[in-house]
Ligand binder design. Sequence first.
Ligand SMILES: Nc1nc2c(c(=O)[nH]1)N[C@H]1C(S)=C(S)[C@@H](COP(=O)(O)O)O[C@H]1N2
Ligand SMILES: [Mo]
Length: 197
Amino acid sequence: MSPVSRGFGARRRETNDRLPPGQYLTTDFPVLSAGPTPRIDTSAWSFTVRDERGGSRAWTWDEFRALPFEDIHTDIHCVTRWSKLDTTWRGVSVDTLLAGVETDAEAAMAHSFGGYTTNVPMLDLLGGRAWVVTEFNGAPIDPEHGGPARLLVPHLYFWKSAKWIRGLSLLRRDEPGFWEQNGYNMHGDPWREERYW
Ligand SMILES: Nc1nc2c(c(=O)[nH]1)N[C@H]1C(S)=C(S)[C@@H](COP(=O)(O)O)O[C@H]1N2
Ligand SMILES: [Mo]
């Protein structure tokens, strides 16, 4: 076998290894929204973390922009079976947003402008696995894709990545969000096909 075809085979295998069961690859970026796209001016934007005892902290857009930003290069997987490889984002880790918050929470509810909610276990939000992102592929995130800011939890199905996020509420006990009340899984790991209840 020539080095060229060996290289091609290696790339193919690598791509297949990155595709969770039951998913297909797409190169475009589908828009999936349960309602109309809210238009949020950054002057009216704020982000609030509420702990399970009712304490809270909030950032304006300018305060948020001053937090440490990270570049994220990752694959994303939608429960409707499309996966998109090698997306790049820029945002603030949830670890940074929760630094110094004393909590025994089991999960958090992400709240969006427009009313969408989704619950994510704390273990999936911390440890460098979740971000509040404001840029996609080097530009501000389009409103259709959740701009000015969305949650990004790329190791879970993409419905957990709440668009137009406005805050996280820490929950002593996990509770279902919008899609979870409608039959979607409380966790949503694509590698275990945790699609529905
Ligand atoms: N606020 C909000 N966030 C949301 C949704 C939504 O309807 N509203 N849909 C979810 C679903 S089901 C998916 S697959 C992704 C789609 O993100 P995209 O439109 O950027 O592809 O957003 C998730 N976040
Ligand atoms: Mo989805």
